[in-house]
Write a protein that binds this ligand. Structure first.
Ligand code: HSE
Length: 316
């Protein structure tokens, strides 16, 4: 354990794509350029307090239900140290956007608390705190956002037991056109519409597609990756029925040259894969124009795999 930090510690926790088509609750990919930030410091009063939330989700609860606070509180309790922590949260990832907003806050809160306290917990223990904190918001324990956010790269996790996971680095050659519609989808609700039982034939096609996603990512075979992310027959088709822009956006992405297009997590975020910067720009524009043409607002950008994950920026 190190000495406690004397001033504020700033932590940046990136966004992540989850499911990637057929990998429901199993696949997660950390992405660049969009992140939540937590600044933490020791406080005079006991417990964890969120002083303010700024950025995209300004106005979300600053009480103990905020996943950044839950993550920090778990670390504080498990550290065996007393006293309190003050957090400032800057939301760069909207809650309910489908790219791991609550998970990133949970991870940032847990990591920032551990840094301020002098790293009393191991990396695994901090990861466990992040997973539990995210569970408080999502209602179920699935590590497909928390683990990639923490460790970076592409993660294969295990539904029900996220401590069993594998991590792979992903080439930055992969171009990801990301569409962020200005619509909120709460993961917990988007899970209630899923069927309990599915036909064996659909399960077999989806399992095969999941295997192809892994193989294609590792082989850097982007056309094969694009094909495989569109072969989920179990979850995405159900969710797509409720998302008014889904088919039009997917069609526009493919027409603009994407190898494949899918929802991220429970949506509304959608992503499309390609392998050239110019093409990725055109695909992103096509997706955004189509979204607007069918009556929704939103934003789009090109992102890449982030193999670093959460990072501690300053120690003043
Ligand atoms: N895999 C989750 C879902 C979202 O699709 O419901 C992210 O944890």
């Amino acid at each position: 354990m190190k000495a406690e930090a004397q001033g504020a510690v700033r932590v940046i926790a990136p966004a992540s794509l989850s499911n990637l088509g057929p990998g429901f609750d199993t696949f997660g990919l950390c992405i660049s350029g969009i992140a939540d930030e937590v600044e933490a410091e020791r406080a005079a009063t006991d417990g964890v307090k969120v002083g303010c939330v700024t950025g995209l989700d300004e106005g979300i609860p600053t009480d103990a239900s905020n996943t950044a606070a839950v993550g920090a509180q778990l670390v504080l309790e498990r550290s065996g140290k007393g006293g309190g922590l003050l957090l400032k949260l800057k939301k760069g990832i909207r809650i309910g956007s489908g790219i791991g907003g609550s998970a990133a806050s949970a991870v940032a809160g847990a990591v920032a608390a551990n840094e301020v306290l002098g790293r009393p917990l191991s990396k695994q223990e901090v990861l466990a705190a992040g997973l539990e904190a995210e569970q408080s918001a999502a209602g179920a324990i699935h590590g497909d956002n928390v683990i990639p956010c923490t460790l970076g790269g592409f993660i294969l996790t295990t539904p029900g037991d996220p401590s069993l996971f594998q991590r792979y680095e992903v080439s930055e050659a992969l171009q990801v056109s990301l569409l962020l519609p200005a619509v909120k989808v709460l993961t917990e609700e988007a899970r209630t519409i899923l069927p309990e039982l599915v036909p064996l034939t659909d399960a077999v096609v989806t399992a095969a597609a999941a295997a192809h996603v892994v193989g294609a990512l590792l082989a850097e075979d982007w056309p094969a990756l694009g094909h495989a992310i569109m072969r989920d027959l179990l979850v995405e088709p159900e969710r797509a029925k409720l998302i008014g822009f889904y088919s039009a956006v997917r069609e526009a992405a493919l027409k603009a040259g994407a190898y494949g297009c899918a929802l991220s997590g429970s949506g509304p975020a959608m992503f499309a894969v390609s392998d050239s910067k110019d093409k990725a720009g055109r695909i992103t524009h096509a997706m955004l124009d189509t979204l607007r043409a069918v009556g929704y607002d939103g934003s789009g950008r090109v992102v890449h795999a982030d193999n670093r994950g959460v990072r501690v920026m300053t120690r003043e």
